[in-house]
Design a protein around this ligand. Sequence first.
Ligand code: VGL
Ligand code: ZN
Length: 205
Amino acid sequence: MRALILVDLQYDFCPGGALAVARGDETIAVANRLMPHFSTVVATQDWHPAAHKSFAVNNPGTQVGDLIDLGGVRQVMWPAHCVQGSRGAELHHDLDRTKVTQVFQKGTDPQIDSYSGFFDNGHAKATGLGPWLNERWVKQLYILGLATDYCVKFTALDARQLGFDVWLVEDGCRAVDLKPGDGERAIAELKGAGVAIVDSGSIGA
Ligand code: VGL
Ligand code: ZN
């Protein structure tokens, strides 16, 4: 069985959002086009409490883009984003929600970030996505969303580590590119981890 994983297709990662990714909104149409080809579609949702420690504003003396040590894990300082209950945290309304089987929220623990849809950044706690997929006999994952160099990358790497076959739908992803080239480097790293890089046009029933 195969599944489609839609990573963080939320307003805050789209133009105008708090952590806007250039042309991030262009991923929505790709998701809508692909969903009918999958019987199982999972969306992840970045879902932070307002006091989340990945926000620069919650770490006095830091600025957006700084790196700090957070509980032994390297943490980029982000602008406040995807705060629980805010409009920015909502899945983009152009996304056809009727085709989403299940939503997995992450980043809810204020003390640790969670880029991956499977585990927090310290690999201490799981979201439940892995067992959920195993229960449905899913072995093959097609992944797209935001952002290539963070949540998409770590979701795909964890998926490989868990033994899934993984395809990255490249035209359905956009990068933060905090440093120019981060998106390209993420894709190279994923290739090295055994992730197949494909375009949505190559995916059929
Ligand atoms: C993300 C930074 C912080 C992402 C989430 O979805 O890629 N990036 N939180
Ligand atoms: Zn976040």
